[in-house]
Ligand binder design. Structure first.
Ligand SMILES: [Zn+2]
Length: 265
């Protein structure tokens, strides 16, 4: 429903990552999969989740005597620090959350970009096409007389490779601190304000101060809070409290668009 409301093209979705099997994290999935079927989707889809999601989906399709027109590939997540997805542009790694049932965070990391040839060097040296790919990978330019021009003199540094960490649901944990070190954006659950720290620990959730403390320790560039308990009406309290520890904190809210890596020059 929210994808429709936000006019996001759901047919373009190819990979879906589910952290754990609590209803508030997957109950929208059967509806989405049915919608894709009704829209006539033919293209396969991949779902990454802790074991059990296939059973949940299968029973829904079976009892409604429907089989989707497209293939669903299920990928069981069983281990943290596992690279579960990779393509030309990025990798996705799992992270160990601490929750009542098995729960995994996801680290989305762009692959390093190639170096760029500077305009001046292309004009100055008339760089032959057959050397361009190697130079972008870091090789020196070899001139017709055999002399070499060092790579750093003819190329400019590539754009920064961005990283986004999704950490939910979890109690405060430093088990994945090394993975989120310096990421551009970290989404971290903050179900409670600090006054409910006891309940948070009991329910294996986090508080704003815990999320902010982790963001500070990991040196992330921006913290995005979410997963607020329904008992709170004023979400600004979450931002205010977290900013005492980690100033660059934003609130995840329905429909809000957050750029990953917008802090970069
Ligand atoms: Zn949960």
């Amino acid at each position: 429903m929210q994808l429709r409301r936000m006019k996001l093209p759901m047919m373009k979705i190819e990979h879906i990552f589910i952290s754990h099997l609590h209803g508030d994290h997957y109950l929208g999935l059967p509806g989405l999969l049915f919608s894709l079927h009704l829209l006539g989707r033919k293209k396969e889809i991949h779902i990454y989740a802790p074991p059990g999601i296939q059973q949940i989906i299968d029973v829904q399709f079976t009892l409604s005597e429907l089989s989707p027109l497209y293939q669903i590939h299920y990928h069981d997540i069983t281990r943290p620090e596992d690279c579960i997805f990779e393509d030309r542009y990025l990798t996705v790694e799992t992270m160990e959350m601490t929750h009542r049932i098995p729960s995994f965070g996801f680290l989305f990391r762009e692959k390093p970009h190639k170096r760029n040839l500077s305009k001046e060097s292309i004009l100055k040296y008339d760089i032959p096409r057959d050397q361009m790919d190697a130079i972008k990978e870091g090789a020196d330019l070899v001139l017709p007389d055999g002399k070499k021009v060092p790579n750093h003199k003819i190329t400019i540094s590539p754009a920064h490779s961005r990283a986004y960490a999704f950490c939910s649901d979890t109690a405060y944990s430093e088990a994945f601190l090394h993975q989120i070190n310096g990421v551009d954006l970290m989404y971290h659950e903050a179900t409670f304000l600090n006054d409910k720290a006891g309940i948070a620990a009991e329910k294996t959730h986090s508080t704003t101060l815990e999320a902010a403390t982790l963001a500070k320790k990991a040196g992330v560039k921006k913290l995005l809070l979410g997963h607020y308990s329904a008992r709170y009406n004023d979400l600004q309290l979450f931002a205010q409290e977290a900013r005492q520890v980690f100033p660059n904190t934003e609130l995840a809210e329905e429909g809000r668009i957050i750029q990953v890596g917008d802090e970069q020059p």
